[in-house]
Design a protein. Structure first.
Length: 212
């Protein structure tokens, strides 16, 4: 049957909500153009009636103006309906977009949750705790090594401060009895002299005193 009558191999895609909104906007624009045209005719009829006196001519123009006004009212009703349809479709499109964004967020959160579970599944908390304890032991051992290397040799661990003060007082007392060491060095005989030097007195010269 398809070979006889033929069939379209490709089907036309169904119009989307945005396509319907665009089509409605086009109709709205067309109706608005018609309303503006009718407004121009009404203004012209109004000017003509203002220049005529009451009579058959004025009544004929008035009848035309009434028909134009009635037609304008119909277009205005149609315009309101189209604008309401556009508003409803835009609201539906906005809701659809929000729902699509929400679903994308949920999918992203699910993927992130799955990835986090996968990553955390590779972590062993017990191993981390054991490593932490090992680090503490290593630090304690390092501190013990530093204390051992910094230990002083041939020095008593405990020294009485009272004994140190008494020894210091004794040293000061000995220095006061012996006197300064540099004065004792002045009275010593140099090592290079064999005999003790003898003090000699210089002759005194008497000056003659003249008496007058």
């Amino acid at each position: 049957m398809n070979r006889i009558f033929g069939s379209s191999s490709t089907k036309k895609p169904k119009p989307t909500l945005q396509d319907a909104i665009n089509a409605t906007d086009t109709r709205v624009a067309s109706v608005e153009v018609k309303i503006r045209k009718l407004d121009g005719e009404l203004l012209r009829y109004k000017e003509q009636m203002s220049k005529l006196r009451s009579g058959p001519g004025k009544n004929a123009i008035q009848q035309r103006a009434l028909r134009v006004l009635q037609q304008k009212k119909l277009y205005e009703g149609q315009l309101n309906q189209l604008q309401q349809q556009t508003f409803n479709m835009e609201s539906a499109a906005l809701t659809t977009d929000n729902l699509r964004n929400t679903m994308a967020t949920v999918d992203a959160m699910k993927l992130a949750n799955k990835e986090m579970r996968k990553q955390y599944g590779k972590i062993d908390i017990d191993k981390i705790e054991n490593m932490h304890y090992d680090m503490e032991e290593l630090l304690e051992q390092a501190n013990e090594i530093q204390e051992s290397l910094g230990r002083s040799y041939a020095v008593p661990d405990e020294i009485d401060e009272a004994d140190l003060e008494a020894e210091l007082d004794a040293l000061q007392f000995e220095e006061e009895e012996e006197g300064p060491s540099y004065l004792a060095d002045l009275n010593k005989v140099p090592d290079f002299l064999d005999d003790t030097p003898v003090e000699t007195s210089e002759p005194t010269t008497k000056e003659a005193v003249k008496t007058t």
